[in-house]
Ligand binder design. Structure first.
Ligand code: FAD
Length: 541
């Protein structure tokens, strides 16, 4: 029999050791999650020593806005609903100087704090890109700057805050008969959020993505400096930030180019049952001079009563033929096009539209048309949001995959993916449409395929919570991986849009020859790698 005293001492030592280890692991900052594809929730049950030092240091900052340290789990959520990194604090800035002071403070704390800072727009990221594990999340929508200012004249523009939603910009600019030229399909996203990626929609073939339609930015760099930049002033920062995944600075203000806003939109859908006919028509349309104003496309797999569903918002040109069309069991390609017009010019618009349509090779019985106000057209996805929210189907996991595919490989891609990998049903819309690279500025940080024309292909899947079937997260993620594996085996030359990678090697491959420029810009504008840690590109220094 051993003596009881040494045994309890040993136990105490062991408990102490476990306690120290818990403290140690809790105080390891974001680096543990850098380059990790695992989701994690970190309940703040124990506040490690380092975190409490960071909290008290942040609390001392003199701000017009304020920090929250509790009830901040909203900042660990996004549209993807798969990654959850709890921050230490959320900053609700009132001014640009609040943002600048915070970043400057974190920068001055040096490596000891390991604090990171993530600007959070509307948090419609998919894999935690706007989150900061045990760092500071800046709630950009609470930034109050000067009112949105609209300048009319020959080159009209609007000065908007980085936290403004595009839908609000639309409503404000319309008061002056103006609107931005290039959009996303969904407008409840912030200026800073989409400009950090690109902002691509059916107008991009004509005007380039949103990042091509910006005259000037105001940015808070990773050192806390407030810098105005444009093509002519601090151009390196300007082009770095556009499409820069939040790595070089926080966009606090953007000067967005505008055009006269149309009043109405002729919105058209037609179907194809052959991919090559569909893509040939799309390419012809994006290359012709006086084309439509919006060109997109969808892949529709095995949908029952498709044309019947369209009737709620579109009118068939030939109702009888349309009612006989069977979509079930087929893979169909839907060309979606739109022509803007003023009601007093509807005859000219109709003639032009007829003439453009007469050159296309769609299935004649599937021509569907509609006329809607411009705002309704642009804000179309919001209607789906309302419906999905009411059914509890908005805040579910969204394992989306967005790819940019070079034109010369699109047939091979379509054959393998739509003909083989995706069989049965899709778990959400699949968008597919080409754009002209010549309309895209190649000085921005956005990475696109080499070729002159490339396709945006977006698999916008929703996963049914707790399903283990084909509509479950596991199945959809495996399907996404098969698509990515196919692309790499067949050397498709695809680039991810809204990119997401687990290792720095993968990021390096994504950027290719641009990697060096990206790293150089990072060391110039955010040398401590404080900003946008949720992208998992660089480790905090
Ligand atoms: P967040 O998710 O909040 O942030 C995204 C990234 O940008 C993060 O890294 C964040 O730190 C950084 N960031 C945020 N604000 C700033 C800022 N002010 N300065 C610097 N960095 C900042 N994209 C398209 O291109 N075309 C589409 O048609 C399209 N449709 C979509 C539809 C839906 C329903 C959803 C959910 C997304 C869609 N997207 C589309 C993707 C969308 O553009 C991106 O997810 C975008 O980042 C979301 O904007 P956000 O304001 O929610 O950004």
């Amino acid at each position: 029999m051993g003596s009881p005293a040494p045994a309890s001492l040993k136990q105490n030592n062991l408990l102490f050791l476990v306690f120290i280890m818990i403290l140690f692991f809790c105080s390891i900052p974001d680096t543990a999650n850098l380059c990790s594809s695992q989701s994690s929730v970190n309940p703040r049950t124990v506040i490690p020593y380092k975190s409490s030092t960071n909290i008290s240091s942040l609390e001392k900052l003199q701000l017009e806005g304020y920090f929250s340290f509790d009830h901040i789990d909203f900042a660990a959520r996004d549209f993807g609903n798969r990654y959850h990194f709890l921050p230490l604090a959320v900053l609700h800035p009132k001014s640009v100087s609040d943002i600048s002071s915070t970043v400057k403070h974190v920068f001055k704390m040096g490596s000891t704090s390991q604090l990171t800072v993530a600007a959070r727009g509307h948090s419609h990221s998919l894999q935690g890109q706007a989150q900061a594990h045990q760092g500071v999340v800046i709630n950009m929508e609470s930034l109050q700057g000067p009112e949105m200012q609209i300048h009319t004249g020959e080159l009209p523009y609007v000065d908007a805050s980085g936290g403004d939603l595009w839908i609000n910009i639309l409503h404000e600019t319309l008061k002056h008969g103006l609107a931005p030229k290039s959009w996303t399909d969904y407008l409840h996203l912030t200026v800073g959020g989409t400009l950090s990626n690109a902002g691509i929609s059916g107008q991009a073939f004509k005007h380039g993505p949103q990042i091509n339609n910006i005259y000037q930015l105001e940015v808070v760099t990773g050192k806390g400096e407030v810098v105005t930049c444009s093509e002519k002033q601090n151009a390196e920062l300007f082009y770095g930030v556009l499409g820069g995944l939040g790595q070089f600075g926080i966009i606090t203000r953007a000067r967005i180019s505008l055009e006269p806003a149309p009043k109405m939109v002729k919105w058209i859908r037609v179907l194809y049952d052959e991919f090559s006919k569909f893509s040939n028509d799309q390419e012809r349309l994006i290359s012709s001079k006086d084309s439509f104003d919006y060109i997109e496309g969808l892949v529709i797999i095995n949908r029952t009563g498709l044309l019947n569903n369209w009737r709620s918002s579109f009118n068939p040109k030939d109702p009888l033929q349309a009612s006989r069309f069977i979509s079930e069991g087929k893979t169909l390609y839907c060309l979606e096009i739109a022509k803007y017009f003023s009601p007093d010019e509807s005859d000219i618009m109709n003639q032009k539209t007829e003439s453009l349509l007469s050159e296309l090779n769609y299935i004649p019985s599937t021509l569907f048309l509609s006329e809607v106000p411009y705002v309704e057209f642009l804000d179309r996805v919001h209607l789906s949001e309302i419906k999905l929210r009411s059914k509890g189907l908005w805040e579910i996991p969204h394992p989306w995959l967005n790819l940019l595919i070079p034109r010369t490989k699109i047939n091979e891609f379509a054959q393998a993916v739509f003909g083989n990998i995706l069989t049965g049903n899709s778990n959400g819309p699949i968008l597919i449409y080409p754009v002209n690279k010549s309309k895209w500025n190649n000085r921005t940080s956005l990475i696109t395929p080499e070729e002159e024309i490339f396709y945006q292909v977006a698999f916008l899947s929703s996963a049914m919570p707790s399903s283990t079937g084909k509509d479950g997260l596991f199945h959809i993620l495996a399907q996404n991986q098969r698509i990515l594996d196919f692309c790499s085996k067949a050397s498709i030359g695809a680039k991810q849009y809204l990119p997401h990678y687990s290792t720095q090697e993968e990021w390096q491959t994504h950027f290719g020859p641009q990697w060096e420029v990206f790293v150089r810009r990072k060391s110039t504008y955010d040398p401590m790698a404080i900003l946008a840690p949720g992208q998992r590109i660089f480790r905090r220094k």
